[in-house]
Design a protein around this ligand. Structure first.
Ligand code: ADP
Length: 597
């Protein structure tokens, strides 16, 4: 129910109290006035009766009834009063209004009895008169001559003259009371407003505070009490403002920390509804952080392992770490840590999940494992071969000089192979190490010189196979390079090209400055590479034809070394090949800066 407004409580009360006070005062004043009039009239009547008594005493003493009656009528007419003269026995001797003979004995009249018995010889009463048919005020005076009672003079006045006068007075009091009432109502209204206006001001101020306008200040009002309340409200608002400011700052800092985290963080309540998540988590789960809030976890991400993990923490109340797979944007391996989420009062309110994307880490681990397995496998083949031939020699083959020589040649070849693998491995690890942990040591060098150096290394092998090596390079072409490493990369590429070319064919090495890079290409017209192998050709130990590669003395690391050397120069290596027609391997290096004068 709506509460009444304060003004409708205060104003009517003020008005009621004022009207009641005015009414009581008016009523009391009217009564007092009427009593005063009666007393005054009574006293006046007694005085008049005494006055008449002085005039009539002689006639009364002489017993002249006719004269008495005549004088009575004269005095009554002149004074507008009824005048009656009563004898000591109560018989009426004269009356201003009636004939005395027609009037009954008056000894029993209260005013006469009172005057007869009163030591000061006066009596008064107010009652209805049968003679004049109206209520009259009577005053009687006993006239004595010494101890002898001569009679009574009685004067009477109709009460209605007093009543008329009193009514007039009452009307004036009533009018005045009404005026006072109206004035009091106006003053009460004004007072109520004056009292309520500051309260209204407080209410409006409190409303603005509740709407969040805490910078607003409530005005003090006109009384000490209201000023104190306004002061307290203002202080409360200022304190709230400061506290909210601190909380907002704390929240922003917390959010900034969460947003900047690489790990995905998600908080769910005990019903597995999402409380909040950071951007990294939204990215991992492929959702929107704002839209996920308040929704069930399984609605946000359909992953039974994740749900089981959360349920496990909710049931067991202890932290759990587990690796799970997410299938958003391909397969992602996630290391998830789930722990109990507690509020400020240390109550358990849900689960906090921290998701760490370990896909790359696991991939690297797998690569490392594969690499170790590959290295072991690559090393085992020559070692097994060496071991086999050495055992054969020990078993007696050494006795036959031809066999011994042939076997030792094989052992020497396998040892060369082992050496080649180990050298390639060492080179690869050196390039990788330098690339990852140190700034590459690059210097401005002539590209043509490096190409020529690489060609002269491969020249012998090429001649053996009657393969022509051609170079095409502008001698002025210079770039930021590590000449030794770049030469090694070109040797690997030219060596491969020679190996996979047929006799009499040509291998071309060309360097060209493109608009945005420097390209060094090694082109052959050899056997080419099947399309399905092209994407993996630069992986370590990846070979198109394992047996052929080994028979050609390949380690399977040549192109991996080329790729790393290209990356060392902040570039990349690519291949284009058509089966049966030949291949072109290209080193894309950053375009050299124009020389400054
Ligand atoms: P390998 O030591 O076996 O040559 P590489 O890493 O240098 O190892 O080469 C990987 C594989 O790529 C080789 O086994 C070969 O099958 C293929 N390959 C490399 N260069 C060429 C080329 N110029 N023409 C055809 N195939 C090539």
């Amino acid at each position: 129910m709506r509460s009444p407004r304060l003004i409708w409580l205060v104003f009517p009360s003020f008005l009621l109290v004022t009207i009641a006070s005015v009414a009581v005062v008016s009523f009391y004043a009217a009564r007092t006035m009427k009593g005063f009039f009666y007393t005054r009239t009574e006293a006046e009547l007694i005085d008049r009766a005494k006055l008449a008594a002085v005039k009539l005493k002689d006639l009364l003493s002489a017993g002249d009834a006719a004269q008495l009656d005549a004088l009575c009528k004269l005095l009554g007419r002149e004074s507008h009063m009824r005048l009656t003269i009563v004898g000591p026995d109560g018989g009426v001797l004269g009356d201003s209004e009636e004939s005395p003979t027609a009037m009954e004995n008056h000894l029993g009249r209260p005013e006469i009895t009172a005057a007869a018995n009163n030591p000061v010889n006066v009596g008064a009463s107010r009652r209805y008169s049968d003679t004049v048919k109206a209520e009259l005020f009577y005053a009687a005076v006993a006239i004595r001559e010494g101890e002898r009672l001569l009679g009574f003079v009685r004067v009477a006045l109709p009460t209605d003259t007093i009543d008329t006068e009193t009514r007039g007075m009452l009307q004036r009091i009533g009018l005045f009371a009404a005026l006072v009432g109206v004035a009091a109502a106006a003053v009460s209204l004004w007072l109520s407003h004056r009292l309520i206006h500051p309260l209204e001001e407080l209410r409006r101020g409190a409303e603005r505070f509740s709407r969040g306008d805490l910078a607003h200040r409530v005005r003090g009002g006109n009384t000490a009490e209201i000023a104190a309340v306004a002061d307290s409200l203002n202080q409360m608002a200022a304190a709230l403002d400061q506290r909210i400011g601190e909380l907002v700052q704390q929240r922003n800092e917390g959010q900034a920390v969460l947003s900047s985290m690489v790990e995905g963080v998600i908080a769910v309540d005990s019903h597995q509804r999402v409380i909040s998540m950071n951007h990294a988590c939204a990215r991992l789960l492929g959702t929107d952080a704002a839209r996920a809030a308040g929704r069930q976890l399984q609605e946000v991400v359909r992953n039974p392992d994740l749900q089981q993990l959360v349920s496990g923490v909710l049931v067991g109340q202890k932290a759990i770490a587990q690796e799970i797979m997410l299938h958003h944007q391909g397969e992602r391996q996630i290391e998830a840590h789930a722990s109990v989420l507690r509020d400020a009062a240390d109550r358990e309110i849900g689960v906090l999940l921290v998701l760490h994307d370990v896909t790359r880490l696991r991939k690297l681990e797998n690569m490392r494992r594969d690499f170790v397995a590959n290295v072991s496998h690559e090393l085992r083949t020559p070692i097994t071969s060496i071991k086999g031939f050495v055992e054969t020699l020990l078993d007696g083959a050494v006795e036959d000089p031809n066999d011994a020589k042939r076997f030792l040649h094989i052992v020497a070849a396998q040892t060369d192979r082992l050496e080649a693998i180990i050298e390639d491995l060492l080179l690869l690890s050196r390039v990788e190490e330098e690339h990852e942990h140190a700034e590459p040591t690059l210097e401005t060098g002539q590209i043509q010189a490096v190409i020529q150096a690489a060609i002269s290394v491969c020249q012998l092998k090429a001649e053996e196979k009657q393969v022509r090596l051609e170079a095409q390079c502008d001698p002025s072409l210079h770039a930021l390079i590590n000449p030794t490493l770049l030469e090694q990369a070109l040797v690997n590429l030219i060596d491969n090209a020679v190996k996979h070319s047929g006799e009499q064919q040509t291998v071309r090495v060309e360097a060209e400055l493109m608009p945005d890079e420097l390209q060094i290409r090694v082109c052959d017209n050899g056997c080419g590479i099947p399309r399905e192998h092209l994407s993996r050709i630069f992986e370590r130990f990846y070979r198109v034809d394992k047996a052929r590669s080994r028979s050609l003395g390949g380690t399977g690391l040549g192109l991996a070394i080329v790729k790393h050397i290209a990356q060392y120069h902040r570039g990349r290596a690519t291949v284009e090949s058509t089966l049966g027609k030949g291949s072109t391997f290209c080193l894309h290096l950053p375009r050299p800066e124009p020389a400054s004068d």
